[in-house]
Design a protein. Structure first.
Length: 299
């Protein structure tokens, strides 16, 4: 399919925010994110605060205030800014540790790394191999970002609100692809039309398939962004790539959508020199060119 773009108002994605990661960015343990599930009345908030040991009261009160200010900030941003998603669904087949994607008659090869310890998984394992019958599989490619100006609001005015905007922008980009992926599974791709999941279920990824993001343990090579960009054109939603494949604005996320019911996340972990050589060959680059992208994984 041709790549499509979705634009969301901030209030449309706020329910999809995973607040655990927001609080983590501010140095709070996950248990304090429970404030986001509490009714906003004084009685409920006081009861929630009282549920913590006395030693945690100060931290819980701080988390409560941070959440209150975050919601106020989101309300302020809602009238001015948007969050964007770009995605495409493509025919494909796996070929060894590669996935060969059909982009309107032109093949684009996405290369992946395989774990060097059990269970020796590779992202290509979850895509139907090339076969004599010509049966194709499908893969989704996505990118999402918040309006870049959100990150710079209050930059020269207020350090606290500047940092608050930055952390909220990150969560909005993630929330946008969470909402979009739900719609893709149910309508655009349509492999889970009867899915009925709560927001907690979505955050726990109880849906069929996976949505691995570039730069995370399953997809550690950031240069993959150059290949994904070729397929869906990140610039359509204002995302630019640096020389090392990093995305700008910072509040951006990209990756794959895989529907296989047994697909799961894994960490590639350490790789040896032999795999580096093989991977560079498949990427049509030299080992020296690929080494910086895989520095954290090279044994």
């Amino acid at each position: 399919m041709k790549a499509e773009t979705l634009h969301y108002k901030i209030h449309e994605v706020v329910p999809y925010i995973n607040w655990i990661y927001f609080f983590h960015a501010w140095g709070f343990p996950a248990r304090f994110a429970a404030i986001t599930k509490i009714h906003g009345c004084d009685s409920c908030r006081a009861s929630w605060l009282a549920s913590f040991p006395l030693s945690d009261h100060a931290k819980a009160a701080e988390a409560m205030q941070l959440h209150k200010e975050a919601l106020r900030m989101l309300s302020t941003l809602n009238s001015t800014y948007l969050v964007h998603v770009r995605f495409g669904l493509f025919d494909c087949n796996s070929d060894g540790d590669d996935i060969v994607v059909d982009d309107q008659g032109t093949s684009v090869t996405l290369s992946f790394l395989r774990q060097q310890s059990e269970p020796f998984l590779c992202m290509a394992d979850f895509i139907r191999p090339t076969n004599d019958e010509g049966v194709r599989d499908r893969i989704g490619i996505f990118a999402a970002c918040a309006d870049e100006d959100i990150e710079h609001r209050y930059e020269h005015e207020d350090d606290y609100r500047y940092l608050l905007c930055q952390t909220l922008a990150d969560r909005l980009a993630e929330a946008a692809i969470e909402r979009a992926h739900e719609a893709i599974r149910k309508f655009y791709w349509g492999y889970a039309p009867d899915e009925r999941l709560s927001f907690d279920d979505l955050h726990a990824e109880h849906f069929q398939g996976i949505r691995p993001a570039v730069g995370y343990p399953s997809l550690p090579d950031q240069s993959l962004n150059f290949d994904l960009d070729r397929l869906i054109d990140f610039s359509a939603i204002g995302i630019r790539l640096t020389e090392n494949g990093a995305m700008q604005p910072h509040a951006s996320v990209s990756g794959l959508m895989i529907a296989h019911p047994e697909a799961r996340y894994f960490a590639v972990g350490r790789i040896g020199e032999d795999q580096l050589l093989d991977y560079a060959r498949r990427k049509r680059r030299t080992p020296e060119e690929m080494r910086p992208f895989l520095a954290a994984n090279i044994a």
